[in-house]
Design a protein around this ligand. Structure first.
Ligand code: FES
Length: 112
């Protein structure tokens, strides 16, 4: 066996090993991902034809302290919906998505 043949065999084996490891890593990660493709809303008010809400801005102001913020979920995965509980990070990691919360801030004013 020539040196070139040995090198070819070694490179082929290494390439095959890296390929198999990559495929296994992909399926291992996907297999444990609980965020699958399909409808985005799995749990929230499923008895309604369409989930729509109206919020009065004055009510929002009363919910946020001056200098504070409130974060609303836009991934539909939060266990504290309509508020963000941070689970969108896991959803994004599993699905390759890029969703995140709607953060509403209330600035402090001179009267606060
Ligand atoms: S948990 Fe849904 S946006 Fe953060």
């Amino acid at each position: 066996m020539t040196d070139n043949s040995k090198l070819y065999i070694a490179l082929s084996a290494t390439t095959a090993a890296v390929g198999v490891a990559s495929v296994l890593a992909y399926f291992f990660r996907r297999g444990y991902c609980k965020h699958k493709a399909g409808p985005i809303n799995h749990i929230i008010r499923k008895d309604e034809k369409k989930v729509t809400d109206v919020v009065d801005v004055e009510d929002l102001l009363s919910m946020i302290k001056p200098g504070g913020k409130i974060s609303f979920c836009r991934c539909w995965k939060s266990q504290d919906w309509p508020y963000c509980d941070g689970v969108h990070k896991e959803h994004n990691k599993c699905t390759g998505d890029n969703v995140g919360a709607l953060n509403i801030v209330r600035k402090k004013t001179s009267t606060d």
